[in-house]
Ligand binder design. Structure first.
Ligand code: XMP
Length: 509
């Protein structure tokens, strides 16, 4: 059985980051809510308690049941996790009277302690807490501290239980990765065998066992997740997998035919469905963004359902759901656990009465890409920017017409091709163009024009939850603007969106 590190979540914004750091060491880990601890089997090599927006001093403090963990398995409490261990085992936690937010440097580190092997004496760490430990229980010993935080880290004597009040998982803790490695690899002795290759071979075996000779259907979107999911399944069940790729008329210029050809070249058994007219006629006259999304979602289900029904005896519906969509997160408003709803595929399972299979549901986005590389999917596919399910419909502000789609496809193509030609495409997270329902005055030759404005949007981000606008070179923007205005009939003005998220969003509607 695969070695595993368990991460118990107390609602910190950084919990997923802890998981990513562990997985970067090629060690498998999973996140569970602090109050839904799974069975502690032999393969669980250690446990990490996350931070939390709560205080251990609250009467509603989050209290995990560590009976089968503390003293039995190596345990590391981070921030709230550390304060929990100190507070509930005989020490004291009080509100801090000094600034304990931001960068700090260690004043003392016990290098003889395995947690800090090879960590520099005055290493920089990231603090983020309103409480602080003011007294350690008798059997705890301090193993690191800063000027302001006397008990920066501790170990329980005769137990592999540790606590650190700073956050090793964030970038600003300069040697955080080393500390996590010391815990996971040296203290927990977890095997570093969670690699893309091992994931591919174990998943393919699991899929074969689960699906046997049944038939599977999967909706391809042209994006990374569904493509990787399809490739994995194809390796497992071969021709018993049928993929359906729907042209909703709202894709990028030439995207449908190009992507369909790539899928076929990759050996996928794919049916391309031209449903442009159905989508566009249902969208006629609609300008409300949520209505657009609903119409597109409903139409997708109808088209998909009709095609899937043509396949005899299909039993499984495969989806490219990934880990951030399924992690049960602790609600900051209270300890009730909530599950995020799926972004793209909501509704399909009920309609089709198929069994669901989600081979990527334990992977983060960057891991999906690494698995894709291990499956020899081309970088061109794997590095594609995210593209919203409703496509260009939410980038045409107001009503959608065929003419507007053609204009926006041209503008978008000039922008995206330009990014690629200037080697900027892989430096931005997502880019696209928006057609505004605004006309502006211009001159061309001797004539006054009255034509459309387009906005260019390009952002840097890691997960789309927050984003900053890309600081693209002026020279590049200037060339793209000229090219758009000179080549796309109907556009006489180009603007560049310089808003970050929050408070703005990436899309305009
Ligand atoms: P926002 O605009 O919320 O976008 O900052 C965050 C990310 O989500 C994408 N997005 C969508 N994706 N269906 C999708 O599949 C949608 O309705 C949708 N709306 C936004 C957006 O492109 C960005 O990557």
């Amino acid at each position: 059985m695969q070695d595993k590190i368990l991460i118990l979540d107390f609602g910190s914004q950084y919990t997923q980051l802890i998981a990513r750091r562990v997985r970067e060491l090629n060690v498998y880990c999973e996140i569970f809510p602090y109050n839904k601890i799974p069975e502690i089997g032999k393969n669980i090599k250690g446990v990490i308690l996350s931070g939390s927006p709560f205080s251990v001093r609250d009467k509603n403090a989050l209290i995990p049941d560590l009976l089968k963990i503390k003293g039995e398995k190596p345990l590391l409490g981070v921030c709230y996790g550390a304060q929990y261990l100190a507070h509930f085992f005989g020490g004291k936690v009080s509100p801090s009277d000094k600034r304990e937010y931001g960068r700090a440097n260690m004043k003392f580190i016990d290098n003889k302690n395995e947690l800090f092997t090879n960590v520099s004496a005055n290493t920089q760490v990231w603090m983020s807490h309103a409480d602080t430990i003011t007294k350690l229980p008798d059997n705890f010993k301090v193993i690191a501290g800063t000027d302001d935080v006397e008990f920066g880290a501790f170990k329980i004597i005769d137990e592999e239980t540790y606590g650190i009040q700073f956050h090793p998982e964030v970038y600003h803790t300069v040697e955080g990765k080393k500390i996590i490695k010391n815990f996971v690899v040296d203290i927990c002795s977890a095997k570093q065998d969670w690699t893309p290759d091992s994931f591919v071979s174990s998943t393919v075996t699991e899929l074969k066992n689960k699906i046997t000779n049944d038939k599977v259907v999967l909706g391809l979107s042209g994006g990374v997740d569904s493509t990787v999911a399809a490739t994995l399944l194809q390796k497992a069940v071969g021709e018993n997998l049928t993929c359906i790729f729907v042209d909703n008329g709202l894709l990028r210029k030439n995207e449908f035919s190009q992507v369909l050809t790539s899928y076929k070249t990759m050996g996928l058994n794919v049916i391309g469905v031209d449903a442009k007219d159905k989508f566009l006629s249902d969208l006629e006259g609609v300008s409300d963004p949520e209505t657009k999304r609903k119409i597109i979602g409903r139409n997708f289900i109808e088209v998909f359902d009709k095609e899937a029904n043509k396949i005899q005896n299909v039993k499984w519906l495969a989806q490219g759901t990934i880990y951030p969509d399924v992690i049960e997160s602790i609600s900051v408003k209270g300890p009730s656990a909530t599950i995020k709803s799926h972004h793209n595929v909501g509704g399909l399972p009920d309609v089709m009465k198929l069994k669901i299979i989600e081979p990527l549901k334990l992977l983060f986005k960057d891991e999906v890409r690494r698995v894709g590389r291990s499956l020899h999917i081309s970088d061109e596919f794997l590095n594609r920017h995210p593209f919203p399910g409703p496509g260009l419909s939410i980038r045409i502000i107001g009503e959608i017409t065929q003419q507007k789609i053609l204009v926006l496809q041209e503008v978008d193509d000039i922008f995206i091709s330009g990014l690629k030609e200037s080697n900027l495409y892989n430096t931005v997270w997502q880019a696209g163009a928006i057609l505004l329902p605004v006309q502006s005055v211009g001159v061309m030759g001797d004539e006054r024009t009255y034509e459309n404005v387009v906005a260019l949007r390009s952002v840097s981000s890691t997960d789309g939850m927050t984003a900053d606008w890309s600081h693209l070179p002026y020279e590049f923007l200037s060339n793209i603007s000229n090219k758009i205005i000179n080549n796309v009939k109907g556009v006489n003005r180009v603007v560049f969106d310089i808003s970050s998220k929050p408070p703005a969003t990436i899309e305009w509607e």
